[in-house]
Design a protein around this ligand. Structure first.
Ligand SMILES: Cc1ncc(COP(=O)(O)O)c(C=O)c1O
Length: 401
């Protein structure tokens, strides 16, 4: 991986701080449960996002499961969700016994298309799970205006520090969920945090994965009988991982500012190539997290367009790092659409209810299909220098012919 002195200095600074916190925690045997720095991190992260409460979890997937539980999503409910996401946004819906109803994205920004909410909502719709994919904020004003009467969960696993209209993503819906997994800009190695403004939801988030945390009121009435057990799940974070995440949180704005600047410079390099279009953001949006790089769409109908794989190969041969879409077309997988198909796969040999006479049809999501097939992600390095930018400025036009 290409690196720079600036980046090396940054890593040295942050890694030293992380090691110091880790050493302190080990020396003081604060390696399990909820030592004071865990609750401090929960408070700091929630405050950073603009919410009153934060609850850490062992991973981001658990935050989404807990959020759906907190909102009361269960058997027979429908949950609106974009298919342009990682499967961890979808599996918790299926595992709650609910049905994911897939929404298409806006072609230009690759964010959830709010008009899809009206199109796909039914009387069974209980919630919407918004994903701020690759750090690009979804249009929260339009989404919230259409989501009346629905629970709203924001999956901000790629979008730490991103904003919509100056307000942090994760603070619009009832629950904001963040992965703190190792590739995320705030990382506990493995971990997650859910934020909410609502006391009742905070208590239900705790109930989901934090038995024994009832003494502080999380499991007071009407959950008092559950104070010692919660739901029986233990999904708490490893405090040692949070020793690292607290340092990343401290530097998040600095990293996001560096990546914003770099994205602008890369966009200038991409601009003259008529068949490559940087994926846009809405005017109200400021990207954050920048997970996976800078997305550019290949305009496949342009007569000079290369295929995505040919461009990827040319860039790799030139030493320029780029990647194709990392996830899959879940809306084309019957078991990700139809709960009965999924149950048959998960519980082979067990008698289950008769399959429906008509199989559940796979949804038609043309912009999602295009984004998955035609997007390339140009690598971004926080604190890259002029030399790094020059390599792209020379190499990209050459690769594009
Ligand atoms: C969009 C999205 N949601 C949820 C998750 C789940 O996070 P975790 O891997 O921490 O469980 C991820 C993980 O990368 C993700 O990309």
């Amino acid at each position: 991986m290409f690196t720079t002195d600036k980046r090396r200095r940054f890593l040295h600074r942050t890694q030293s701080l992380k090691l110091q916190h880790l050493r302190d925690a080990v020396q003081q045997n604060q390696v399990t449960g909820y030592p004071p720095f865990v609750e401090e991190f929960e408070r700091d992260f929630a405050r950073y996002v603009g919410c009153r409460h934060g609850v850490t979890f062992c991973n981001g997937t658990s935050t989404l499961e807990a959020a759906l539980f907190a909102l009361g999503v269960g058997e027979g409910d429908e949950v609106l969700v974009p298919a342009y996401t990682f499967h961890a946004s979808i599996d918790p819906i299926l595992n709650a016994g609910a049905r994911p109803v897939y929404l298409d994205i806006d072609r230009r920004t690759q964010t959830l298309d709010p008009s899809e909410i009206d199109r796909r909502r039914t009387p069974a719709t209980r919630a919407i799970l918004v994903v701020h994919m690759m750090g690009n904020p979804a249009p929260m004003d339009a989404i919230m205006a259409r989501a009346t009467g629905l629970g709203v969960v924001e999956d901000c696993s790629h979008a730490h520090g991103a904003t919509w209209g100056g307000r942090k993503v994760g603070s619009f819906g009832q629950v904001g969920c963040f992965s703190l997994q190792g590739s995320k800009p705030v990382s506990a190695g493995e971990g997650g945090i859910a934020v909410t403004d609502r006391e009742d939801l905070w208590r239900r988030l705790n109930l989901f994965g934090h038995f024994g945390r009832g003494a502080d009121g999380a499991a007071a009435d009407p959950y008092a009988p559950l104070a010692k057990t919660g739901m029986g799940f233990k999904r708490r974070a490893n405090p040692l991982g949070l020793c690292m995440a607290r340092v990343d949180l401290q530097f998040l704005d600095e990293v996001n500012a560096a990546l914003t600047e770099l994205t602008g410079r890369l966009a200038e390099i991409v601009a003259p190539i008529p068949w490559l279009t940087p994926v846009a953001s809405w005017p109200e949006a400021r990207k954050g997290g920048f997970f996976y790089g800078m997305p550019v769409r290949i305009e496949r109908d342009h007569p000079r367009a290369m295929t995505r794989d040919a461009l990827l190969q040319a860039l790799t041969a030139r030493g320029l790092e780029a990647k194709s879409y990392p996830y899959h077309a879940y809306h084309r997988m019957p078991h990700m659409v139809d709960g009965a198909v999924r149950r048959r796969l998960l519980y082979p040999g067990r008698p289950l209810a008769e399959p429906a006479a008509e199989p559940v049809p796979l949804p038609d999501l043309p912009h999602t299909d295009e984004a998955q097939a035609q997007t390339l992600f140009l690598s971004l390095e926080a604190f890259a220098d002029d030399g790094w930018v020059k390599r792209w400025a020379r190499g990209l036009p050459e690769c594009c012919g």
